[in-house]
Ligand binder design. Structure first.
Ligand code: C5P
Length: 232
C-alpha cells in the first residue's frame, strides 16, 4: 500500500501552508501527517485542502474516550473525502474501545494505536499510575499485542522498540516510527533517534519525519536525499 515509507509531518495549524507543502512533496513522500493543531483550527475543510493535493494523509488525532464515543468519532472521520489513509487511537483506551474503533473504521483506513507516548520517561509513566514493576518498553510491547488482538493494523513506536514489537506481533503488524533523523541532521528536541536507513533495516514500515524536510531550503530535495540514503 505504501511504496514510499516517508510520511512528512506537516506540523502547522495553517491549512494553506500545509497544502502547499504537501503539493511540493507530492511524489517525493508516501504520505503526509496532519495533526490536531490543523484539524482543531481548520476542521474538515482544512484536512480536505491538504488531502486534495493527492498525497495520502495520516490524520493523527489520537482518539481516547469510551468505546461508543471513539467509534462515532471515527465514523465521522471516515466520511472525510478522501478518507484518511491512517487514523489512530490510544491503546490505553482498552480492548473494548480498540475493538469498537476497528469495527468503525472497518478497513476504510489503516487503524493504528499509540502505546506509550515516547515523550514520557519511566518516572512520568509511574506518576501517571502505570505498573511501577513493568518497564516502559515492556508496556509498549504489551499494548502493541493488545492492539493486534483487538484488530488494529499497527502502532506508533520509537525506533528502539521496532524489533521487540515486530517479534511480539509479527512482521505484518505495522510500525509507524517518529524520531527519525538523517545522518548528521539537527536532532532538535528528539531524544531517542535513528537514521532512516537503520529504522528501515529494523523493520519500520513508515518513517514520520517533519522538520528535516519541512524546514529544509528545498523540501523536495531533502525528501529525495532521505530516500536515496535508504537505498544506497
Ligand atoms: O520534526 P520532527 O521530525 O521531529 O517531527 C516528528 C513528528 O512526529 C511530529 O509531528 C511529532 O509530534 C511526531 N511524534 C514524535 N514522537 C512521538 C510521536 C509523534 O515526534 N512519540
Amino acid at each position: 500500500m505504501f511504496q514510499n515509507p516517508i510520511c512528512v509531518a506537516l506540523d502547522t495549524p495553517d491549512p494553506a501552508l500545509a497544502a502547499a507543502m504537501a503539493g511540493r512533496l507530492k511524489g517525493r513522500v508516501g504520505m503526509a501527517k496532519v495533526g490536531m493543531e490543523l484539524f482543531n483550527r481548520a476542521g474538515r475543510a482544512g484536512y480536505e485542502q491538504v488531502a486534495a493535493q493527492g498525497v495520502p494523509v495520516f490524520l493523527d488525532l489520537k482518539l481516547h474516550d469510551i468505546p461508543n464515543t471513539v467509534a462515532q468519532g471515527l465514523t465521522s472521520l471516515m466520511s472525510l473525502a478522501p478518507a484518511p489513509a491512517i487514523v489512530n487511537v490510544h491503546a490505553t483506551g482498552g480492548p473494548a474501545m480498540l475493538e469498537a474503533a476497528a469495527r468503525a473504521v472497518d478497513g476504510k483506513a489503516r487503524l493504528i494505536a499509540v502505546t506509550i507516548l515516547t515523550s514520557l520517561s519511566d518516572a512520568d509513566i509511574h506518576a501517571a499510575g502505570f505498573d511501577p514493576a513493568a518497564d516502559t518498553a515492556q508496556t509498549a510491547v504489551k499494548l502493541a499485542q493488545l492492539s493486534k488482538q483487538s484488530g488494529l493494523d499497527g502502532v506508533v513506536c520509537s525506533p528502539h522498540d521496532i524489533a521487540a514489537i515486530k517479534a511480539a506481533c509479527g512482521a505484518d503488524f505495522m510500525t509507524v516510527v517518529p524520531g527519525v533523523r538523517p545522518a548528521g541532521a539537527d536532532v532538535q528536541d528528539q531524544k531517542r533517534i535513528a537514521t532512516p536507513r537503520t529504522a528501515r533495516a529494523d523493520g519500520a514500515d513508515i518513517l514520520v519525519i517533519g522538520r528535516p524536510i519541512t524546514q529544509a531550503d528545498d523540501p523536495a530535495a531533502a525528501a529525495a536525499a532521505i530516500t536515496a540514503s535508504m537505498e544506497g
